[in-house]
Design a protein around this ligand. Structure first.
Ligand SMILES: Cc1cc2nc3c(=O)[nH]c(=O)nc-3n(C[C@H](O)[C@H](O)[C@H](O)COP(=O)(O)OP(=O)(O)OC[C@H]3O[C@@H](n4cnc5c(N)ncnc54)[C@H](O)[C@@H]3O)c2cc1C
Ligand SMILES: COc1ccc2c(c1)CN(c1nc(C(=O)N(C)c3cc(Cl)c(F)cc3C(=O)O)c(Cl)s1)C2
Length: 470
């Protein structure tokens, strides 16, 4: 007979937010047999034309692919992604230098954000036990009763109560608002002084304007641009620049002048008119880094994705980390037999250190890129990484390799990176000391004609002085 007791009735999970992580999470919970109610404030993007204001394409790497694989979506998404086997570094003089991401199979994928979101929503909808509620904006919820209040477009209100609330409503999460009112909830957010703006590089004579299977980068210290390819043979270029520099450029001529100075090779590729039109289409967008702890309240609510950890995009890991949140939570559900009162605290204990680590890594990389990464430095650093990795593949694994191509826990990748740096620095120090000792031994053994040395040193000095006066 129909059992009514709470234990045996199928539990209802509310997923708030139908973005990338919310839609994927709906699949994870539905696959487990829960009744899933997804609530998304926007309209169903599968009916809408474009999704403005978010990055148009993203880099999907190993962590994200493993999550998609878990719900049987990896092939479908990878088939619509464009492999990027290497970075293509564009120097100021127009020289292009490829730096492979790793061995043959190690590549990342450029995927279209809107298409990925649509595929995930459609996949969630195919489960008979999911219900999609679009135009439902969470206004408030009560941590004691679990009662949620949604506002509809027509101003009406709808109240819903479920067994678990999964907050996947992004960097400015409404679900997280309740956490902020509670004691012992740590929260920090940092806006960086850089903004980002997307520009489109159209095909030239029906072909990609640049080589497609690369992540194109124009590192210019304070400024940086990157370009990821799209299936329609366009590139989406993302320009990163301090807001105060965006604000200095107010006319079409100033846009061209700026690109002529810093990204000259892109003007013929983007086209002066497209550049001037795109530049004033949308204002530069802000980038925020959010860290918080804990990710749960009792057995009632848990945060995942940007709602729990918005990161600056300088590692291409935000979505990959949010997707990995879903796998980690799912693994803990197995360990604790879906008992929310045990699963949620364990999820916080396990996942917070890793999501904080990737937030710190992305911020560190932003500061490093801004401070002293131009093409030469970028090339040098990646060559050193790749050479050490080539000779000592088991000992020296580049940080980006651990982050991008493995599921090494983010905080463990950071620990190992610090250890490797110590080993490398000690190695460099030892070899430097060795060179000095060896050199001086040779000098003592057969001293050169000291007078000749002085004469050639004086000649060198005179030439230097002459150079300086030029
Ligand atoms: C410029 C840029 C480049 C990036 N590049 C990459 C990359 O290359 N690789 C990568 O892995 N990541 C990248 N990211 C990060 C990635 O975009 C985010 O990590 C990812 O979108 C997070 O997904 P999410 O579902 O947690 O949040 P979101 O994508 O923000 O989705 C949140 C959803 O919740 C809905 N919502 C919000 N409030 C409410 C409410 N009150 N009620 C109901 N619904 C609500 C929103 O409408 C939205 O649909 C980039 C980010 C930026 C800004
Ligand atoms: C759509 O908007 C965006 C915006 C930023 C990014 C992406 C997509 C994708 N991004 C990736 N970053 C890495 C990485 O590990 N590092 C260290 C890098 C970091 C920077 Cl900033 C960079 F320019 C190159 C590399 C690199 O190594 O190629 C990947 Cl691997 S993919 C950054």
């Amino acid at each position: 007979e129909k059992s009514t007791s709470r234990q045996s009735r199928k539990k209802v999970v509310a997923v708030v937010g139908g973005g990338l992580v919310g839609a994927l999470n709906a699949c994870f919970f539905a696959k487990r047999g829960f009744d899933v109610e997804l609530f998304e404030s926007r309209e169903d993007i599968r009916r809408a034309k474009i999704v403005k204001g978010r990055s148009i394409n993203l880099a999907l790497s190993h962590r994200g692919r493993q999550a998609l694989k878990h719900v049987g979506l990896e092939e479908k998404i990878v088939a619509k992604g464009i492999p990027m086997h290497a970075r293509m570094i564009h120097s100021l003089n127009g020289k292009q230098s490829p730096i492979p991401y790793g061995r043959k199979g190690q590549y990342i994928l450029s995927v279209d954000r809107a298409n990925l979101n649509k595929e995930l929503l459609t996949a969630a909808e195919t489960y008979p036990n999911t219900k999609m509620n679009f135009d439902h904006k969470l206004q408030d919820w009560n941590a004691e009763t679990g009662l949620m209040t949604f506002a509809r477009l027509d101003g009406s209100k709808e109240q819903v109560k479920t067994d678990l609330i999964v907050g996947c409503d992004g960097a400015f999460s409404a679900v997280r608002k309740q956490f902020l009112r509670r004691s012992r909830f740590d929260y920090s957010q940092t806006y960086i002084p850089h903004g980002y703006m997307e520009l489109t590089m159209l095909p030239i004579n029906g072909e990609f304007a640049m080589k497609p299977n690369y992540l194109h980068i124009w590192p210019r210290n304070t400024f940086m641009m990157i370009a990821l390819p799209n299936l329609d043979k366009t590139f989406t270029c993302t320009l990163f620049m301090p807001f105060e520099d965006f604000e200095k450029i107010t006319t079409g001529d100033e846009v061209i002048e700026f690109f002529q100075k810093y990204f000259p090779d892109t003007i013929p590729l983007i086209g002066a008119d497209t550049l001037q039109r795109d530049y004033f289409r949308l204002p530069a967008q802000a980038m925020v880094s959010v860290k918080c702890n804990p990710y749960h309240i009792g057995d009632a609510c848990v945060l995942m994705g940007d709602a729990a950890h918005a990161v600056v995009p300088f590692y291409g890991q935000g979505m990959n980390a949010g997707f990995e949140d879903c796998i980690v939570f799912d693994e803990i559900m197995d360990q604790f037999n879906e008992d929310f009162s045990a699963v949620l605290p364990e999820y916080t204990r396990v996942r917070v250190p890793d999501d904080h680590a990737i937030a710190d890594l992305a911020m560190y990389n932003y500061i490093e890129m801004r401070a002293h990464v131009n093409s030469k430095w970028f090339l040098f650093r990646k060559y050193v990484d790749n050479i050490l990795y080539f000779f000592m593949p088991k000992t020296i694994i580049p940080l980006y390799t651990m982050v991008t191509f493995t599921r090494t826990r983010y905080h463990e990748a950071v620990k190992r990176w610090h250890w490797q740096n110590k080993v490398i620095n000690r190695g460099l120090l030892l070899s430097a000391v060795g060179a000095v000792l060896g050199g001086s031994y040779l000098l003592i053994k057969n001293p050169p004609d000291i007078n000749k040395l002085i004469v050639s040193a004086e000649k060198m000095w005179d030439r230097l002085v002459a150079l300086r006066t030029l």
